[in-house]
Design a protein around this ligand. Structure first.
Ligand code: PLP
Length: 392
């Protein structure tokens, strides 16, 4: 049996999404900007997808939706584009953002910008009062993710936007919503969030398509200059098939949100409880219930995460340590370090992330095997005394 528990890294393409997009890869390959009928079919399909994404995000209208190539491009577009339109040079963000956000700020710091990186507590939670206290007349941008990719921790981005704008209405709010899309309700028209990014491959569309929501009235400098596509805000011949896929995935994610919040959450809780009850050196990273319904991050004390992943891989169970973007490195996760995860489990932390495709039988299979995998690895740990003290 194969049990894919790495849905925060990427997801399987939904069959309906695949079916709807393939027509635009094979039969209808016209450039949507051309003037003849097949091109108009593509252009109309793009506008339908734009409306589906707007409905999914609860946006004011479809003209707030810009199609991009991925979540990273959406984040780069928002951040760099906002800052190019102002002389202010201070940014407030968190230490737990995704590398596609953090590395932009690190590169901007080298160009004379200053960035405040807020820490989080041991559950990954952010102190909003502290965030507000960091605002200065130089602050141009507040950038907080909606949900964390490694722990699932949810940040109160609607409240943050409201409170920041009370202090200075000119400060722009960018939210990386990549890990929230399809897992949390969002109604952007009822918020003061200016920019919000999502990525198709995190909710059953293919890799290579993203969205940037831009609330009306917000100016930004495009990242990619060229033709007049996407209202001249993102040049490049539109990828009709992937945009259609994004629209279909958004429509399906909206329809399946309740299922995520109930059924997927129940399976996640079953997996989490089953591991914590049966493995004595397991501890939950981010104990808060304020987490995306599909994610659990569990530290196995005194053993190596890479070894756990290899043993699980041999059994057909696929999970990850850290984020997919950084798991090639042996550095402990910046997210777990920011929330002061004890060093005893920092190297042995595993993220399990489910999707609407995860079945009860798969969770039962994982629970049948994980305790014995951990037991095997514990036997070769140099920390026998400490593990015995934990009852292993
Ligand atoms: N933001 C978060 C929170 C993510 O988890 C990811 C992907 O892992 C991204 C942004 C980047 O998205 P993409 O892979 O589409 O560039």
């Amino acid at each position: 049996m194969n049990v894919y528990l790495d849905n925060n890294a990427t997801t399987k393409i939904d069959d309906i999404v695949f079916e709807e997009m393939t027509a635009f890869l094979k039969e209808n390959y016209a450039n949507p900007s051309s003037m003849y009928d097949p091109a108009r079919v593509c252009a109309n399909a793009i506008e339908k997808a734009r409306q589906e994404v707007a409905d999914f995000l609860g946006a004011e209208d479809k003209n707030t939706i810009i199609f991009t190539s991925c979540g990273s491009e959406s984040a780069n577009t928002a951040i760099k584009g906002i800052l190019e339109k102002t002389d202010k040079k201070h940014i407030i963000t968190t230490q737990v953002e995704h590398p596609c956000v953090l590395s932009v700020y690190e590169s901007l710091e080298k160009k004379g910008y200053s960035a405040t990186y807020l820490g989080v507590d041991e559950n990954g939670e952010l102190d909003i009062e502290k965030l507000l206290s960091k605002i200065t007349p130089e602050t141009a941008l507040v950038s907080v993710m909606h949900a964390n990719n490694e722990t699932g921790a949810i940040y109160p981005v609607e409240e943050i936007a409201r409170e920041v704008k009370k202090i200075d209405n000119n400060i722009k709010i960018f939210v990386d919503g990549v890990q929230a899309a399809g897992k949390l309700p969002i109604n952007l028209k009822d918020t003061l969030i200016d920019f919000y990014s999502i990525s198709g491959h995190k909710f059953h569309a293919p890799k290579g398509v993203g969205v940037l929501y831009v609330k009306k009235g917000n100016l930004f400098e495009p990242l990619i200059h060229g033709g007049h596509q996407e209202g001249s805000l993102r040049a490049g011949t539109q990828n009709t098939a992937y945009i259609v896929a994004m629209g279909a995935a958004a429509r399906l994610a909206k329809a399946n949100l309740d299922y995520e919040l109930t059924h997927v959450k129940r399976l996640r809780d079953k997996l989490e409880k089953g591991i914590l009850d049966n493995v004595k050196n397991a501890r939950l990273n981010s104990k808060s219930q304020n987490r995306t319904p599909n994610t659990t991050n569990i530290g196995f004390e005194y053993i190596e995460g890479e070894l756990i992943l290899l043993y699980l891989n041999d059994l057909g169970i696929f999970a990850s340590s850290g984020s997919a973007c950084t798991s090639g490195s042996l550095d402990p996760s910046h997210v777990l370090r920011a929330q002061k995860t004890p060093f005893t489990s920092l190297h042995g932390s595993i993220r399990f992330s489910l999707s609407r495709y995860t079945t009860e039988a798969e969770i039962d299979y994982a629970l049948e095997h994980i305790p014995s995998v951990i037991k095997k690895i514990v036997q070769i740990s140099p920390f026998q005394k400490e593990l015995k003290a934990l009852g292993m």
